[in-house]
Design a protein around this ligand. Sequence first.
Ligand code: 5AD
Ligand code: FES
Length: 415
Amino acid sequence: MNATMDKTEILAWLRETDAARLAELWRRADETRRRQVGDAVHLRGLVEISNFCVRQCGYCGLRAGNTRIARYRMLAGEILEAARQAVKFGYGTVVLQSGEDYGLTTSWLADMIRQLKRETPLAVTLSLGERSDRELAAWRAAGADRYLLRFETSDRHLLDEIHPPLGNRKRDRLAILRRLKALGYEIGSGIMVGLPGQTYASVANDIELFRILDLDMIGIGPYIPHPGTPLGSGFQIFPPVNGEQVPNTELMVYKAIALTRLVRPDANIPATTALATINKKNGRELGLQRGANVFMPNLTPLKYRRLYEIYPAKACIAETDVKCHGCLNARIHTIGRHIGQGPGGRRNRDLPSAERGSRSRSHPQLHTDVVLSRALETVEPLRVADPSTLRSTATEDGRSDLARLPQTLESSSHA
Ligand code: 5AD
Ligand code: FES
């Protein structure tokens, strides 16, 4: 069991049911986490700045078609206040998250970022959906440090079904990640586990993709059905996948987290809120003991928090930020860990991947390495100071290195 574990081994672990063997997986993941990123748990203060969204994802409660939620967009003063709270609690990072909301304009957000950077020592992470190159460059130039954009699943057919394109504007998430990296952002991505139609082989491909992409952060959570969505209401159904359907259980999420830690030893991996939602008692702690090293406490003002309903019954929906802070502190200390200081970026980020102890290996049965290395590692650096020099990566024919990628993965999975 090591960082060069191949896809067959990953698949076998995903199917493993023997408790003693799984205990060994947890132990190895925890040991790797401790050796590579230490005992500090980094806290990122999450501020859900808007729940408007133009997209129609089949799984997400914020989808434009969900007319049952009241929409909000936080005021600049409210965002700054939440960020000040993050500083007061000693967090090193603030994460500004929203649906894909073009009401959050380029210049407004750039001003916001500049003000945050001026007034606080916080690292600023953005998680705002599939925005244009120009916007991403402007926000980077304003001082944003990181961007989170999950690819959700590497199965392109499944993704096309549940995450339809916006009109004829095709942008694929791996291409955007590549752009973000070229702009100098630390990049984060991730998946949902247990999506209808998602197979074991597909999750093994996702983990393979984590290995190959040079990601700084990797978020993994269970898919949680939302009754106000086509997928969650049963309106959108998928043909059965012959016993290959991955369950959306906490056990599957722990397996995916542990395997991800083994293939990407130095990544920042959160114990996600979705995981805490399906096991409110100790999902976070177990995630942190099986490979994770980050948590994202919610700093969204209470009056907005219940409206940011990506999925139902979200953990920490009614607790004040002060209460969550105390609760997390206690949970982290109970498992013998401590709260990390400072921004907590990926430590070895600037080293070549070989020196970070995790290398993309060439697997004869997988043709992903070449495609992916090209996808992310051979991009020439861009000057962020002048966004007008950027060309669009939303490829005109709707294809890109990354659009081709899941196909490659798929064909390999039947090999
Ligand atoms: N269940 C679990 N996670 C979800 N997300 C969106 N909808 C759901 C759901 N129903 C996740 C997606 C998205 C992140 C912000 O929330 O992975 O990228
Ligand atoms: Fe908003 Fe998917 S519905 S990003």
